[in-house]
Design a protein around this ligand. Structure first.
Ligand code: MEV
Length: 438
């Protein structure tokens, strides 16, 4: 294979760029120049970013935007969001302002428990395994004392470890199912370190357990890893107001609006094809804050979508009802987040984002993230059930369509003015620019 290479990771950054430019580009110079144009002039800062991952060649920019006026439990937040989709920050800001005039978001964190599991195969007598587990349980705690001491000082640690019999779903399959409190850290490293020690303890103690046969002594640990399905790390966010108060310039008939919103959510509750897109809109808000605050959006995504299927069918994360002329709209989601450790202490812009949020605890960040998700969903449903999304979306996208034409300021103003009252589409903008330049 032409583009195969051994030892790529050992090459210097310059050599890696040389290799990629020579092998994949007809104009290697141009490619090299583009890659290097995204380097930061501050070499220390660049080194910091280079070191986040392996084989770094440059930086990949995404915009960091701000969504102000989020009133959550009586406190105002300006929410930092990292996202490429043009309409998301505008939509979140619009919803935040709207709900800040109607009592704001009310949020509650139900629990912040994290989960980790040691998955193992035990070929033997289940009751003997249960007795063994009870006898050695304290050793799991003793053997992880070194790892847990700091976390305990901060008020966290191992909550419990239970033995789970999973043999009904897989032959000889058992788990050590452990729960943790990790305070303001997301806790992945802490949890995985504890679990790997549990696995060692389990194997070591089994070998010395005299009641086990030789087969039973030979416990096979398959893996030890945290779960991103944090079903006991849940935040609820809600907004509500009398239907009449939903009225504003673009909502002339609030009763009709509220009823249509409830129906739109009902559709997402019963129809998975719609639910996925509905929840994607929620994730527009969630991921953007999760990214800006240096958290693991893949973990959050995986956990939330699993939660959306917890009753056997993928469904809407948000819900709404009208009762006694009050419109209530809410969502409950699992969120494992951190505001200390990991990227939060390394990435200067993550630190900045957390400062903008006034250095929240992990539990406070859960509430901010959930509120942004619901705000985003509200904005999407509001557009979808009234004007449709394309009008606003394409207006926000106008700049992206203009960019390749390198319009000057004067041209830009003319184009923007024209499309204030005309439908934005790619071809309409292109034709307009071509005519303008004739
Ligand atoms: C687009 O990024 C998100 C929406 O499709 C969400 C939705 O349909 O609810 C507008």
């Amino acid at each position: 294979m032409k583009n195969n290479i051994n030892g790529f990771s050992k090459l210097s950054k310059e050599k890696k760029i040389d290799w990629i430019a020579q092998n994949y580009f007809s104009e290697p110079e141009k490619a090299t120049q583009l890659i290097k144009s995204y380097w930061n002039a501050d070499t220390k800062l660049q080194q910091l970013h280079d070191d986040f991952i392996e084989n770094t060649i440059t930086n990949f920019y995404l915009p960091l935007g701000l969504s102000p006026n989020f009133l959550i439990n009586g406190k105002y937040y300006t929410v930092p969001m990292v996202i490429e989709e043009s309409s998301v920050v505008a939509a979140a800001s619009k919803s935040a302002k709207y709900w800040s005039e109607r009592g704001g978001f009310k949020t509650t964190v139900f629990n912040t428990e994290k989960i980790g599991q040691v998955h193992f195969i035990f070929n033997g007598d289940k009751s003997k395994l249960e007795t063994f587990f009870t006898k050695i349980k304290a050793k799991f705690h003793e053997d992880t004392n070194g790892t847990t001491a700091n976390m305990q000082k901060r008020g966290g640690g191992i909550v419990d470890i239970v033995l789970k019999d999973k043999t009904a779903v897989l032959e000889n399959y058992y788990q050590l199912h452990a729960t943790f409190q990790t305070k303001d850290s997301m806790g992945a490293n802490f949890i995985n370190s504890c679990l790997e020690q549990f696995a060692k303890t389990l194997k070591r103690e089994a070998v010395h357990y005299s009641d086990f046969t030789s087969d039973e002594k030979d416990i096979e640990v398959i893996m030890s890893i945290l779960s991103n399905y944090v079903t006991n790390c849940i935040v609820r966010v809600e907004v509500s107001c009398p239907i009449a108060e939903l009225a504003e310039k673009n909502i002339p008939n609030p009763k009709e609006f509220a009823e249509k919103m409830v129906k739109a959510i009902r559709i997402a509750e019963v129809e998975p094809y719609r639910a996925v897109t509905h929840n994607k809109g929620i994730m527009n808000g969630i991921d953007a804050v999760v990214l800006a605050t240096g958290n693991d959006f893949r973990a959050v995504e995986a956990g939330i979508h699993a939660y959306a299927s917890k009753d056997g069918q993928y469904t809407s994360l948000s819900h709404a009802k009208i009762e006694n002329d009050i419109f209530s709209y809410w969502m409950e989601i699992p969120l494992a987040l951190g505001t200390v450790g990991g990227l939060t202490s390394l990435h200067p812009l993550v630190k900045l984002a957390l400062e903008i949020l006034e250095k929240p605890s992990a539990a406070e960040l859960m509430q901010i993230v959930a509120a942004t998700g619901l705000a985003q969903n509200f904005a999407a449903l509001r557009s979808l059930t009234t004007t449709g999304i394309q009008e606003g979306h394409m207006k926000m996208h106008l700049g992206n369509i203009i960019n390749p034409f390198e319009a000057n300021t004067e041209e830009r103003l003319i184009i923007e003015k024209h499309f204030e009252n005309n439908t934005v589409s790619h071809s309409a903008v292109v034709t307009f620019i071509e005519n303008l330049r004739k």
